[in-house]
Design a protein around this ligand. Structure first.
Ligand SMILES: CC(C)(COP(=O)(O)OP(=O)(O)OC[C@H]1O[C@@H](n2cnc3c(N)ncnc32)[C@H](O)[C@@H]1OP(=O)(O)O)[C@@H](O)C(=O)NCCC(=O)NCCS
Length: 208
């Protein structure tokens, strides 16, 4: 038997019952619970994972989510029967660079990357779906909301990162491939004594 379970589909899930909306104050605990569910110590490449160990410091991470809810426009949750089962935390360019001042300087850009893409973009920092609900279209639903709001605000480009080393996130790579992302560059980031390698992807949003 293959030990890598790619999807754990819930045959009873009706995607039409999943509601996507902007994150609002009070959602931070539900968002934190989802983050913990995909970030335990044994990172699973095939299921996907978030890099931080959220369970290690609940107060810090709940405060962080609360701060982002207060300050970001592009922060969404997916809920089922009033319970948060996924989220997507994204930043408009100015906010992303405010929180991550060095980010642009750290990237080795692909030779074909057009730097004008950086004039205006939305950076999708973290997307996570509860482990038992991955592969059911909820991540795609969250992206649809982000893209729809980008269209309203006339923003053409979406950027995102995926870890490929020391542990590759195959779920995230497959998700990007499905959505036709293009490689923009690579970044090496120091995290708790290790060097992580992130691939930066972009995609042009059709505005009409
Ligand atoms: C990566 C993640 C956000 C995708 O969300 P999702 O709701 O599972 O994705 P969807 O059901 O909308 O799938 C869209 C496509 O992505 C690809 N995909 C998603 N998860 C995958 C997985 N675990 N393995 C392989 N392909 C995957 C598939 O091509 C899928 O299309 P298909 O169902 O037609 O084959 C989700 O799996 C997750 O939260 N993983 C844990 C956290 C994480 O890795 N986040 C990375 C940020 S992108």
């Amino acid at each position: 038997m293959n030990s890598h379970v790619v999807f754990i589909r819930d045959p009873d899930l009706d995607i039409n019952k999943v509601n996507v909306r902007r994150a609002s104050p009070g959602d931070e605990h539900g968002i934190y619970r989802v983050a913990v569910s995909v970030s335990d110590k044994k990172k699973d490449s095939y299921q996907g994972f978030l890099m931080d160990d959220y369970a290690s410091d609940p107060d810090y991470y709940i405060d962080m989510f609360r701060d982002r809810i207060d300050n970001l426009k592009y922060f969404y949750v997916a809920e089922l029967d009033g319970r948060i089962i996924g989220f997507s935390l994204a930043y408009k360019k100015e906010m992303w660079l405010l929180y991550h001042e060095e980010w642009l300087d750290d990237i080795h850009w692909h030779p074909s990357f057009d730097m004008e893409i950086l004039d205006d973009f939305v950076m999708i920092d973290k997307t996570a779906i509860e482990a038992e609900h991955t592969g059911e279209g909820i991540g795609s639903l969250l992206y649809k909301s982000i893209i729809s709001d980008m269209r309203e605000n006339n923003i053409h480009y979406i950027l995102s990162e995926t870890i490929v080393n020391p542990i590759p996130n195959f779920a995230s790579l497959a998700f990007r491939q499905k959505q036709d992302y293009i490689l923009a560059g690579v970044r090496f980031e120091e995290y708790k004594g290790d060097i992580f390698t992130d691939l930066i992807y972009y995609k042009r949003i059709q505005l009409s």
